[in-house]
Design a protein around this ligand. Structure first.
Ligand SMILES: [Zn+2]
Length: 397
């Protein structure tokens, strides 16, 4: 039976999750100039070239060395060239493991800070950027769940104790170093159940999809080698009793018609949008409030003003900008009031009357513009003090 989202009109809080799926196109779009050292973020089609795997394939007698998925699938299904397969896997791991986040705020920082713990980001990517962005933001704001559908070089686990953490962490139960997760490679016959960590991540995603009110698919092409993944996604989203009211956003550079065809089974009538730019989606136009903004516009007929995330040069500025939203979250009641925009603290712009949640951040943003140092308020002396540390990663093992 169709069901309304978990929206409370008395507090304007919507507990239904926004689920985001990230594919290789998301990392490419978020890091168009590569990592901090200029290393490129490969898509499957250019992975052989990016990682310099061509020579190894050619030495083993493969003539066409462009399509990594086809080549790896052949190695895996025939069981031949075992040493080549091991060499490729080692090179893939070491390439992604070396990638470093640039210091300036990235799209992944904005994405994480635009979502709350009820929300969920699930990535197919092996690169460490989502995990590293999570680590550097988690002290400043409660963040969404992050799930790794094909394993990840920055995530580690203790399978015995069902503990998930970051590379270099120790198990909170037995104290042993957490072990790297296995990367799931692009083969036609993937078995998502064979690896207990990956299986648990998918179960978590399925649960979020079943309760979701919004779904954003960012840079995931649903390749032929991932038919099973798309079916698993659909199993969660298709079982969602709020499907009829829910909204899907597809962020991709492909034409709308092609995207509609690919994702047809996920869409209810016209409740979807396609765009090439994540910045124009509900998520970044209503950071930390996307599900509330949709409910206010469609269920309450009282749309909220947009609150787009500005582009900041430093993470500290971005953290200060979202602080009023965090203050509201501590109170458990949302107003829909937008945060300050850069023009609000420009030289000649008239000063708006600040709300209780914004007056302290306004002062600091003005100070930042004059080159003052990092604010003491973010070190724990603000009106609400520092946000509590994010608990250890949730583990569904
Ligand atoms: Zn353990």
């Amino acid at each position: 039976m169709p069901q309304l989202p978990a929206f409370n009109p008395l507090t304007n809080v919507n507990e239904s999750p926004h689920v985001v799926i990230l594919g290789a196109g998301a990392s490419r779009a978020a890091f168009p100039n590569g990592d901090a050292n200029g290393s490129r973020l490969p898509l499957m089609v250019d992975l052989v070239g990016c990682l310099g795997l061509g020579q190894a394939f050619q030495a083993a007698g493969f003539q066409k060395t462009v399509d990594f998925e086809a080549l790896y699938d052949e190695l895996a299904t025939t069981g031949m060239h075992r040493s080549l397969r091991e060499e490729i896997e080692a090179k893939v791991w070491s390439y992604f493991d070396r990638l470093q986040l640039p210091d300036a705020p990235t799209l992944y920082d904005c994405l994480l800070l635009s979502m709350r713990p009820k929300d969920c980001i699930a990535t197919f990517n092996w690169d460490p950027f989502l995990a590293k962005a999570f680590l550097r933001n988690r002290e400043f704001a409660p963040l969404p769940k992050i799930l790794f559908l094909h394993g990840n070089v920055a995530i580690a686990v203790c399978i015995k104790d069902r503990v998930k953490g970051f590379s270099g962490d120790t198990c909170s139960n037995c104290g042993a170093p957490l072990q790297p997760t296995n990367l799931l490679y692009p083969v036609r016959r993937k078995n998502y159940k064979s690896d207990p960590f990956i299986f648990a991540e998918w179960k978590e995603l399925e649960a979020s999809l079943q309760q979701g009110y919004m779904l954003t698919i960012f840079g995931y092409a649903a390749p032929a080698t991932d038919v099973e993944a798309v079916d698993l996604l659909l199993r969660g989203w298709g079982d969602n009793p709020t499907f009829e009211l829910a909204q899907v956003n597809i962020v991709d550079i492909k034409p709308e018609e092609e995207l509609r065809k690919t994702w047809e089974r996920f869409l209810c009538r016209t409740h979807y949008g396609t765009t090439a730019n994540l910045g124009t989606t509900w998520l970044l136009r209503h950071p930390r409030r996307s599900c509330e903004a949709l409910a206010m516009a469609t269920l309450q007929n009282d749309p909220w003003q947009e609150n787009p995330v500005p582009r900041f040069k430093s993470l500290a500025q971005l953290h200060a900008w979202i602080a009023p939203l965090l203050a509201e979250e501590n109170k458990g009641r949302f107003t829909g009031n937008p945060c300050l925009q850069p023009q609000d603290f420009g030289g000649n712009a008239p000063e708006k009357s600040p709300t209780a949640g914004t007056n302290w951040v306004l002062g600091w943003l003005k100070a930042m513009c004059k080159g003052r140092p990092y604010p003491s308020v973010l070190r724990g002396t603000g009106p609400k003090g520092r946000q509590p540390l994010q608990p250890a990663l949730h583990c569904g093992l």
